[in-house]
Design a protein around this ligand. Structure first.
Ligand code: FE2
Length: 451
């Protein structure tokens, strides 16, 4: 399937706000033949066969998938693209990654952090990823990374929503200046309170850090997003404490537990008590499939645990579950390219969510569910939403995941911010077509069940 947008051989359209009409799109919920009208940077109308106002620029989607932009609910922009500095992670473990980051920190400059983060944001936009929640390490008394990423946040604001989490990487109570630095970071404009209870010295100190951080967030009216139980230890139960303080302090809907990998190893009986508690407290869960399939289970021989949290079970209980990229080319992970479809693909493999419904839930986990985690306003394709969207070379969410589909067009507030040529191979085979792509030819996939 070739879509009616410019290819690499045609001149790029100017990046300027425009009134657009996207014709004949397929939506992630399965609706086909949809037109989307953008005026003044907002979505004005969505439906079949919309009239084209005079002067509007028409884009032919030709059945291609039109989605709200990808959102990453968990990332580390201060470390990204630093792979190999000052050395690589030989063991591949979380703990060597933390140690390596500690070696790198004294060598960092504000300019270098900002430059790498800006390059990553370029990649993100090209991949249709227009909102990122990034943790920023506050366990450096100079707060270099905080200053750098606040600069980046302002710089990318016209085209990318960047939310920052004050993250005490070395432990809130384990690092003597962490709490003071975390408060300084919040004073400077960092948006979210972070934590890492499983890295504190004891379970009791981990629980105490959760209490202190939730109370700080309540005082300041801020959200919470903790690295929580990123461990293979089934007794790492800080998510229980996080859910408890969320309810005690009335923070429902504003708190996220990131990773939650110990849940993979927990006894099923305890998990059957815990999951309803998470749902009741309205704590969001964020799994990081690419990272946790590589970092967890490193102490196992065989069988070797997968280490990702219980995604389908949490979703079935009504918990909002998002997927994060977490790392790209940094002390913890040598791979990645800002592709949230790669994240979704790994998530569905690790969680065995291979049904059509499961695959579409994984697509949601890198779009609408993550938007809920970030609390994004005006996100979506309905009239009134900001005109942010991505046109994919695919006919359905599951095809987009299967192909890591080309992002043919990325639009932010009505402005085209990125274009990519369709992926098409020129074949030289007797009796076969001259061109081939990898999209499905034939009857469309079944429509998505109503949600
Ligand atoms: Fe992380």
């Amino acid at each position: 399937m070739l879509l009616g947008i410019p290819t690499a051989t045609t001149p790029a359209m100017p990046a300027q706000p425009a009134d657009l009409l996207v014709r004949d799109a397929t939506l992630p919920d399965g609706r086909v033949g949809q037109d989307l009208l953008v005026r003044g940077g907002r979505i004005e109308a969505l439906g079949p066969a919309l009239p084209a106002p005079a002067g509007v620029q028409v884009v032919q989607a030709r059945g291609g998938l039109l989605s709200p932009p990808f959102v990453d609910a968990h990332f580390h922009l201060d470390a990204t693209l630093s792979h190999g500095l000052p050395r690589v992670n030989a063991s591949g473990t979380l703990l060597e990654g933390i140690a390596l980051w500690g070696e790198l920190k004294p060598l960092l400059t504000e300019e270098a952090i900002a430059e790498r983060a800006l390059q990553y944001c370029d990649w993100a936009v090209a991949r249709g990823l227009l909102a990122i929640r990034s943790h920023v390490d506050v366990c450096d008394d100079r707060l270099l990374a905080v200053h750098a990423l606040l600069h980046v946040k302002r710089r990318v604001a016209p085209y990318l929503d960047l939310q920052l989490v004050a993250f005490p990487q070395d432990g809130l109570l384990r690092s003597p200046t962490a709490m003071a630095n975390l408060k300084r970071a919040l004073d400077l404009g960092v948006d979210v309170v972070g934590g890492i209870p499983h890295f504190e010295r004891t379970m009791a100190e981990g629980a105490e850090s959760v209490r202190l951080l939730c109370e700080l967030a309540a005082q300041r009216g801020l959200p919470v997003d903790m690295h929580c139980d990123e461990s293979d230890d089934p007794l790492s139960r800080h998510i229980e404490t996080l859910a408890f303080h969320t309810q005690r302090l009335g923070l429902q809907g504003r708190v996220t537990g990131s990773h939650l990998t110990s849940m993979h190893s927990m006894d099923n009986y305890y998990a059957s008590k815990l999951i309803p508690l998470i749902a009741e407290s309205q704590v969001h869960a964020v799994a990081n499939p690419l990272i946790n399939i590589t970092l967890q289970g490193r102490h196992d021989s065989y069988p070797k645990r997968r280490g990702m949290t219980r995604v389908p079970e949490l979703m079935a209980a009504g918990v909002n579950v998002g997927f994060g990229h977490d790392c790209v080319m940094d002390p913890w992970y040598a791979l990645g390219s800002a592709d949230m479809l790669e994240v979704a693909a790994m998530g569905l493999h690790v969680a065995q969510m291979t049904s059509v419904q499961g695959q579409r839930q994984c697509f949601d986990a890198v779009t609408v569910n993550n938007a809920r985690v970030l609390g994004l306003q005006g996100y979506g394709l309905e009239p009134g939403c900001r005109a942010d969207f991505v046109l994919l070379q695919a006919a359905s969410p599951e095809e987009a995941i299967r192909l890591r589909a080309q992002r043919l067009l990325v639009v932010r507030g009505g402005t085209i911010v990125s274009q990519m040529a369709p992926a098409v191979a020129q074949l030289s085979l007797p009796g076969r077509p001259a061109q081939v792509d990898f999209t499905r030819q034939g009857p469309p996939a079944p429509a998505r069940p109503a949600r």
